[in-house]
Design a protein around this ligand. Structure first.
Ligand SMILES: [Ca+2]
Ligand SMILES: [Ca+2]
Ligand SMILES: [Ca+2]
Length: 259
């Protein structure tokens, strides 16, 4: 039987440190003699399947209640997680025993990062945040879809409450909110909703290629129509030629009262 199986240092251990495993094999029945046999120590990585090390070792003849202590060392790693250590006495079953069901013992060793590790990860074009683990992997980085995202960031009319017939300046900022550049040109459409009987044409203008988080500012000088309530809606990528993170945030609007 395996009387005990221990790891030193005990779990959790820091990635990369040597861990000494100590197993005690015992003949637990007084007055008997167990002939020489082979024990086996297996270290399984955190996937629960892959055997990292498989160490057979010889156990000498053991008289009743005698035991033999063996040890082996492995380097905690190559990555973090829970490793399973199993030790089995008489692994190839050459010794007939009164109890064949107590020949194995298992132990879990949690291999973890040092608490001091945790530098922020560098942002890349598809993610930001997170910290670097002691295994060098970035954990907790918030993924961002790798596409541009055009929005109408602002619509401003100056003056904001014009009089009928007054010259007004319409300013609009288009922003690429996505982590990837807009590679080609597209169109934005300015659509006016006017009081009954007033007809205003849409204005279509070009949005140039934009880097990630880049903006384009445009202005137009217009003449305020007859008194009433107008809505100025601007939609970017109006003919939908740009593949975006979000296609449903492309419009913004402003309500204007002409006096
Ligand atoms: Ca046996
Ligand atoms: Ca968008
Ligand atoms: Ca689009």
């Amino acid at each position: 039987m395996v009387e005990s199986l221990q790891a030193s240092p005990s779990s959790p251990v820091t990635l990369g440190v040597p861990v000494t495993l100590t197993a005690v094999t015992k003949n637990n029945v007084a007055g008997t003699t167990a002939s020489p046999s082979t024990s086996r120590l297996r270290i399984t990585v955190p996937d629960g399947v892959t055997v990292l090390q498989d160490i057979p070792y010889a156990v000498q003849q053991l008289n009743g209640l005698a035991s033999q202590t063996d040890s082996a060392t492995f380097s905690a790693g190559p990555y973090t997680g829970v490793y399973t250590i199993q030790d089995c006495a008489d692994d190839s079953n050459v010794v007939q025993e009164s109890n064949e069901g107590n020949n194995c013992q298992s132990l879990n060793v949690n291999v973890a990062c040092q608490p001091t590790v945790g530098q922020p990860c560098a942002c890349n074009e598809c993610g930001c945040g997170g910290t670097i683990g002691c295994d060098g992997v970035c954990y907790g980085q918030k993924p961002t879809p790798c596409k541009p995202d055009l929005i109408v960031n602002s619509i401003i009319l100056t003056p904001s409450t014009p009089s009928a017939g007054q010259q007004v300046t319409l300013s609009a900022t288009i922003r690429n909110e996505g982590p990837r550049a807009v590679a080609s040109s597209s169109n934005a459409r300015v659509h006016f909703t006017a009081p009954p009987g007033v007809i205003i044409d849409d204005i279509i203008y070009t949005i140039n290629p934009l880097p990630a988080y880049g903006t384009q500012f445009d202005q137009a000088v217009l003449t305020a129509g007859p008194a009433g309530t107008y809505t100025i809606q601007i939609c970017t990528d109006d003919s939908n030629v740009i593949d975006e993170v979000n296609e449903f945030n492309n419009c913004n609007s402003l309500t204007v009262n002409v006096q």
